[in-house]
Write a protein that binds this ligand. Sequence first.
Ligand SMILES: C[S@@+](CC[C@H](N)C(=O)[O-])C[C@H]1O[C@@H](n2cnc3c(N)ncnc32)[C@H](O)[C@@H]1O
Length: 286
Amino acid sequence: MAVSEWKEPNPVAPLRPEEFQRICELAKRTFGLDLRSGKEELVSARLRRLVQRGGLRSFDQYYRHVTEDRTGVALAAMIDALTTNHTSFLREAEHFTFLREHVVPRLKGRPTVNIWSAACSTGEELWTLAMILNEAMPAARLQLVGTDISNRALKSAAEARYSAERCAALPAPWLARYLAPEGRPATSYRVAPELRRQASFRRLNLTESYDWPHLFPVIFCRNVMIYFDGPVQELVVRRLTEFLEPGGYLFVGHAESLTRIDHKLEYLQPAIYRKPAGKERWTRSS
Ligand SMILES: C[S@@+](CC[C@H](N)C(=O)[O-])C[C@H]1O[C@@H](n2cnc3c(N)ncnc32)[C@H](O)[C@@H]1O
């Protein structure tokens, strides 16, 4: 068959401006995603696959399919398609150096240390934190919680199994101590059970209200705020601040300066903030 004769098996009508608009509103309303004009091509390219997979012919049909699906599965697939789960071990390594040098000394001596990796994706950030903290404070009772909006990402975070390629960035002593090789030669590694017992994962949408039974001395919330516009970022940072202990640290992505939004955190160094200790009373808003 000549290339010119090839036909798309299930042709999807091009994305119309009003369809784009409705999808933007849905993404904004459900998970805070700020899709401005200019993103039509991205939306069309990323969602077309889902339209086809659902046996649908247009983005209009797809929109109805997502909004009428009470199970939330279709919406979750849309969120996964429109955001990226890109992450890696030791990503933005200066944060971990800061943590080891400036934060760990303040945490030492506590009976329990609670750390939150918000928007943890497939878990590399949380497991990096687990390795650093186990190495620096072996006697501490560590409780790490990872949250994300994507169930698919959370499932692989909890599975804690990574290809040898993904683990190549890890220092050899960590590989030996905290990960178990699988296959000979190792094609993948699984995070050791001692670390897995210190971690839990749950689905949490940062743009909705949520609750925790305690405050955190450290929250990592990196490379997710890039998806949100100013007002949503402000709301997300306000809620994160509520769940930070006075004197606690918030780490955001290096591309996510908080300079343009209103917040009550002290700036320490790029992408690292601290909740002022003591002076102000911190109340939770509902
Ligand atoms: C690029 S990854 C960041 C992973 C990790 N924090 C890092 O910096 O490497 C962004 C993650 O944000 C999640 N996400 C997007 N919108 C969200 C929301 N409204 N609430 C919680 N997580 C969200 C995505 O599912 C994705 O896993």
